[in-house]
Structures are given as structure tokens and as C-alpha cells.
Design a protein around this ligand. Structure first.
Ligand code: SAM
Length: 233
């Protein structure tokens, strides 16, 4: 039988992984999420004590330092071996571990996590239903989740960051502008809000809050992110 081709993840290429590392670790521009994403993540994580918190798509590991990991155990899951190595080198700690793995097949036992979060990953996934089903599988009953992704109401702003690119249905693929370093390849899936919400609901993931936030390009009408919080039934 023919093996199904894995979805392309540009961050598994060494060149793109290095571009991403350069962006996140840049001393001037690397802090672009300091005012919006990181404080929200910290606030959400403050409710947990002695819990296991999982991050899906942990990249080079920065978000592991933005939660109260000292009172909890953190596990970051990341498919790019380049980013995984960087995360281990920068953030490895006895309470923080990083594992190779994919949102579609998390290397964790069912009902083993008290909480899970994911930042800037859901828009890279073609099959958000499958990712939600994995999220549901690893969460304990009443386990909490927090997913921050691109706000569908601001896709035109996200699209404006693509320079040379192709658009096929929901998928955009091409070069992505950033003042520190362009990403030579980025892939986005422009899922509708109802598809995003539906993927959680179909998997018994109960949404308790949806918030749009963060303004890019000095445009106050576009809130670029959407944060979705909830728990597993
Ligand atoms: C823009 S980076 C964000 C990294 C990190 N979450 C952060 O906010 O710093 C996107 C990340 O999504 C990861 N990713 C892409 N496809 C994935 C998949 N199928 N499963 C898990 N992670 C994936 C990439 O490898 C990359 O680390």
C-alpha cells in the first residue's frame, strides 16, 4: 500500500528553522510578542500548580520560559529536529523537557496532561480536526487548553506579509516577510472561524473564551490573533 505523504512543515528545513531562530532571538525584534502573547500565556498558566503542561509545536522553546514552569512540569512537542535541538540547548531543565513529535500524533499517553497550549501553530495545520482529536486524547477530563492562532478576521493582514507566494484554496505557501529575516518558506491554512471552532466542538473540547487581540501594521481594526480557551469534557 502507498504510504500517505506527510504534510509539509517548512520548519523541518534547516534553513527555515535557522531563520525562525534568528527572528525569535533577535534582541530588538525578538520581543514582538512581549506585550500581547506572553502576558496572556503567563496569566493562563498561573492557575496551575504541580500539573503537567504540554506545548504543541514548541519551536525553539521560548514559550516554555513564559509560563510558571517552576511550579509545574512542562513538555514541549516539536517536529523540527533543528528547533528541538535549539530548545533543549536553551531551555532544557529538570522541569522542562522537549520531545520530537507531531500535533497529529503526540508522543504522549492518553489522559496524561493537565493542560496544553499551542502558539502560532494551528494556522500551519491542514487538518485541525485531527490536531483537536489528539489534543482531546492527551488531556485529562477537565484538562484545560489555550490555542493562539491567526484571527480569520485578519487574514488579509497575514497575507500581506507573504511576498512571493501561491494560493491554492485555503493554503498559502511562499516567502514571508519579517524585518529580522524573511522566512524563505512559510505555509498557512486560512481556516474559517467556524471550522476552527467546529474542530474543537466535534472533539468534546468545550470552548469557554474566544478573544481577538494584537494589532500589527498600526491598523486598529485588525486584531491579528485569536486566543481560544477551554477544557476537555
Ligand atoms: C511559527 S513557529 C512557532 C513556534 C512556537 N510555538 C513559538 O510560538 O515560538 C511554528 C511551529 O509550528 C511547528 N509545526 C508545524 N507543523 C506542525 C505539526 N504538524 N505538529 C506540530 N508542530 C508543527 C513548526 O515546526 C514550528 O516550530
Amino acid at each position: 500500500m502507498k504510504k500517505k505523504k506527510r504534510e509539509e512543515n517548512p520548519f523541518e528545513k534547516k534553513i527555515v528553522a535557522n531563520e525562525w531562530v534568528k527572528i525569535v532571538e533577535d534582541t530588538v525584534h525578538g520581543g514582538w510578542r512581549k506585550k500581547d502573547v506572553y502576558p496572556r500565556l503567563f496569566k493562563w498558566s498561573r492557575q496551575f500548580k504541580n500539573k503537567i503542561i504540554v506545548e504543541i509545536g514548541s519551536g525553539q522553546g521560548v514559550c516554555s520560559s513564559k509560563i510558571n514552569f517552576r511550579q509545574n512540569k512542562y513538555i514541549g512537542i516539536e517536529p523540527s529536529r533543528w528547533l528541538l535541538a535549539r530548545a533543549r540547548a536553551l531551555y532544557g531543565h529538570k522541569r522542562r523537557k522537549f520531545l520530537g513529535g507531531d500535533a497529529y500524533s503526540l508522543p504522549l499517553r492518553s489522559k496524561s496532561a493537565d493542560a496544553a497550549f499551542s502558539i502560532n501553530v494551528w494556522f500551519h495545520l491542514k487538518n485541525i480536526k485531527k490536531a483537536c482529536s489528539e489534543l482531546r486524547r492527551i488531556l485529562k477530563p477537565l484538562g484545560e487548553f489555550y490555542i493562539i492562532t491567526a484571527n480569520p478576521g485578519a487574514y488579509e493582514v497575514w497575507e500581506s506579509f507573504f511576498t512571493r507566494y501561491q494560493k491554492k484554496g485555503k493554503m498559502l505557501s511562499g516567502e514571508f516577510y519579517h524585518p529580522v529575516s524573511n522566512l524563505s518558506l512559510n505555509i498557512f491554512y486560512f481556516h474559517s472561524l467556524s471550522d476552527i471552532v467546529g474542530a474543537f466542538e466535534k472533539n468534546d473540547l468545550i470552548i469557554i473564551d474566544i478573544e481577538t487581540f494584537s494589532v500589527m501594521k498600526k491598523d486598529t481594526t485588525h486584531r491579528c490573533y485569536v486566543g481560544i480557551k477551554g477544557y476537555a469534557k
